[in-house]
Design a protein around this ligand. Sequence first.
Ligand code: HEM
Length: 450
Amino acid sequence: MTSTTETTSVSEKPPAAGVRAGLFRDPFRYLMDAAARHDGLVRIGPALLNVYVVSHPDYIRRILVTNAANYPKGSMMAPFRTALGNGLVTSEGDYWKRQRRLMQPAFHSEQLQAMEAHIAGCVERAVERWRRAAAQGTPLDIMEEGTRLNVEIVLGTLFSTSLDVERAERLRALTSQVFAGLASKVWTFFVPDRLPLPGATAYRRAVAELDAEVYRIIAERRTAATRPRDLLGLLLDAEHADTGERMSDLQLRDEVFTLFMAGYETTATGTTWICYELARHPEIADAVAGELDRAGVRTLPAFAELSQLGYQRRVIDEAFRLHPAFPIWFRTAVDADILGSYRLPENAKIIVNPHITHRDPRFWEDPEAFDPDRFTPDRFDSARRHAYYPFGKGSRVCIGERLAVTITQMVVSALVRNFEFTIVEGFEVIPRYVVTCQPKGGLPLVLRER
Ligand code: HEM
């Protein structure tokens, strides 16, 4: 058995939320309610399942950083492996380490810089669409728009310009189906094994079709006369430092599939929640626009100018605090462990819960308030830093964080520089879990040119 440095001699069983009505109907709500009622570690569902929700920052640090070797992704990730195979999100151990080392350079700042024209071009085309919606007075669903925009951006960074619009749209549609299937599969640990899940056939078909499409793209690229320096190009050329080996088609398929799935929906979800908060706080949207004016940004900021936009960055950080795109993710404890005064049993299945950590009143003053200035250096001290992890923590932190933040800054700049916006009157925003956490039915905005 392993233990924390601050181990106490007492190690109690973690409290249990018990099985309540609603567990099977809406497991996500059930677990959020259970976690909010306890102080950072709670067992949920029937005892036999051995499932715990963790949100206390000290325990999170233990699981993701200081004792991460005891906490692989494990069996909770099984549903994801049916789509992502052994890609970076789902792989483990030495294999994961080698792949991460191989892929990391594709996310370095020089590579990001090379994507500047592509990202700016996608955002400019989106602004034209938004202008038309503003002129016609047609509400714009920013979740759908953000998805369309991020698919274009992420596909472009993965495959550069080699994909036509029709093919991109097909990939997007198939990916949405895969996401929807995954969202219901996540809860299979609550559901008896043989119970047929709704949509299982459609899910399998969507994975198979997406698979075929990704293999086709890889095959085309392998035989192409020239190779663009996009992510796929970098992955095709990447060699393991020790063996000189390159990735097989299967490895490439898993990584490309993973980057696409992990990349666009999260970023679109983030943009949507930022718009939600800005629409509810027009004075904050005005302050973001004022900062762009003062920085002399007329249309879109250049990447080099983004670091001057400190207030905008705090707005983004604050929206990611209240609405982490991935509100939960998973680990499995190999050995028993001590978390504070609790003893976590071996093989415990763990649901990591940033959504609750980010709203814990012990770490965040007035946690439900949207207050970007809580991220100023004097207020965002080490205790707060410890309790903030929208992109994860430790060695498995999001590889695409910098790319995601850059895209988000560009999109927020374009929106706020050009438009004022409000949520369509009477529209009720209800969060729903579909692997990411999104507003049910999207987020319809009414735009007016500034
Ligand atoms: C706002 C946008 C994003 C958010 C909130 C986000 C969040 C996260 C989180 C929380 C994790 C860690 C999960 C865990 O520890 O189990 C993660 C991992 C990952 N993310 Fe992101 N992500 C975003 C955008 C992106 C983008 C744009 C890409 C790539 C194109 C990407 C690719 C990945 C990959 C490959 C991993 C697995 C890393 C590893 O285990 O080595 N993400 N992301």
